[in-house]
Ligand binder design. Structure first.
Ligand code: FE2
Length: 218
């Protein structure tokens, strides 16, 4: 299957998934998926990533049980994507765990093969037990976690909420959010629906060491 056919099939599968998981922001995300169908495909060079090599398959093994079609589409497109371990955060603010334990790949917008104006949609993968510290940004954002459990909080110092897979998280502009990965790698659909050029900032909190050593039960 060509990169274009497989990437467009993934977009269709993601749209089908989101149609079955409605909630705040999902309509905005799906509008961008629909718009991508009219976009000309612009091939780009794939970029492999050690985090993906290690953690994508265990995440897909978990996803296959309930969402075999979506898991198959992700498995097919993964080798065609430009996987990036993001390095724009200051290392002492974001921490080594996240800096060395995640990868993402845009599929629509963000320089991906399906161009979009001020919209970025793709896949996000974080290694088990990693803490993605408190942060905030102007862009409204959807995370659709395809694996779980994992923890979230929406303000430094607030308690961690343990959430299962398949419960989308919608962050309005500047809403603080923190993510703690459980024993299974966290694989998400992600989307920034606008203001994609406004970078995120890390929000200080004094309990990161405890959250970094915390282990969420499976
Ligand atoms: Fe975010």
């Amino acid at each position: 299957m060509s990169a274009e056919i497989s990437i467009r099939a993934f977009v269709d599968a993601a749209d089908d998934y989101l149609a079955r998981h409605p909630g705040p922001g999902v309509a905005d995300v799906r509008a961008g998926l629909a718009a991508s169908r009219a976009q000309r495909f612009e091939p780009h060079a794939a970029m492999a990533n050690a985090i993906v090599d290690t953690h994508l398959e265990p995440a897909l093994a978990s996803l296959r049980a309930g969402e075999p079609q979506l898991a198959a589409r992700i498995e097919t497109i993964a080798p065609h994507l430009q996987w990036i371990t993001y390095d724009a955060y200051l290392r002492d603010q974001i921490g080594d765990g996240f800096a060395e334990g995640h990868a993402f790949a845009s599929v629509i917008g963000g320089g991906a093969p399906l161009p979009a104006a001020d919209y970025d949609f793709g896949l996000f993968l974080i290694a088990p037990h990693v803490l993605y510290r408190d942060r905030a940004h102007k862009a409204p954002e959807l995370y659709a976690p395809l694996t779980g459990p994992h923890g979230w909080r929406f303000g430094p110092g607030r308690p961690l909420e343990i959430m299962p897979a398949h419960q989308p998280v919608w962050n309005e502009p500047y809403r603080p959010h923190l993510t703690k990965v459980g024993p299974t790698p966290l694989l998400c659909l992600f989307c920034w629906t606008r203001d994609v050029n406004e970078t995120a900032v890390v929000l200080p909190a004094d309990d990161w060491p405890a959250l970094e050593t915390l282990r969420i039960a499976s």
